[in-house]
Design a protein. Structure first.
Lengths: 113, 111
């Protein structure tokens, strides 16, 4: 079992829909990242969370440390949001490297016009 | 402030050759991480370096791979005697406080 699990693996939605991507992890963490990887391959860090909720534009990320769960929401989705969204944690042990990230496999999101 | 830079962006090597991947962190960042993304797989941690020190190399293959981050100049990930299984995208990230900033990656193809 992976230490970081994401769902769904693939998601296709219509423009304007509210999108939710989920991430569950099985280890103690000091922080969680949401990353976006576009078809060209570049990776952008969207959020880093250690508690509560963060909002940036149409993106909202939440984390529940007790339940070891985080969600990424996209409001008023747009075709340009189409990308792979990756959840990554900084585990409290050194298996991922001191502050190195342990990654989920990603959610492939396609927003159709 | 330029972002994290990696070069080359694409690298083609024949089996048995050496591959050198370079990563210049953001200005003022002294922590560098290397990650590998194999085709159809997720990203995996390889190594974490600070200037002139390897902090954690638990994700590095035991043979043929090495990394350095000298006092001056970029961080280098070196792969000796490449094999087809080394074909992947290699990303570096730099960190100053808590957030990691990723470079555009180097796509290595081994023929």
């Amino acid at each position: 079992k992976n230490e970081v699990e994401q769902s769904p693996q693939n998601l296709t939605a219509q423009e304007g829909e509210f999108i939710t991507i989920n991430c569950s992890y099985s280890v103690g963490i000091s922080a969680l990242h949401w990353l976006q990887q576009h078809p060209g391959g570049g990776i952008v860090s969207l959020f880093m969370l250690s508690s509560g909720k963060k909002k940036h534009g149409r993106l909202i990320a939440t984390i529940n440390i007790q339940e070891k769960h985080s969600s990424l929401h996209i409001t008023a989705s747009h075709p340009r949001d189409s990308a792979v969204y990756i959840c990554a944690v900084i585990a409290m042990y050194s298996g991922g490297g001191a502050d190195g990230l342990t990654f989920g496999k990603g959610t492939h999101l396609i927003i159709q016009p | 402030n330029a972002g994290v830079m990696q070069n080359p962006r694409h690298l083609v090597r024949r089996r048995g050759q050496e591959a050198r991947l370079r990563c210049s962190p953001m200005k003022g960042h002294s922590h560098v991480y290397w990650y590998r993304q194999l085709p159809e797989e997720g990203l995996k941690f390889m190594v974490y370096l600070q200037k002139e020190n390897i902090i954690d190399e638990s994700g590095m293959p035991k043979e043929r791979f090495s990394a350095e981050f000298p006092k001056e100049g970029p961080s280098i990930l070196r792969i000796q005697q490449v094999v087809r299984g080394d074909s992947a995208a290699y990303f570096c990230a730099s960190r100053k406080e808590y957030t990691q900033y990723f470079g555009p990656g180097t796509r290595l193809t081994v023929l």
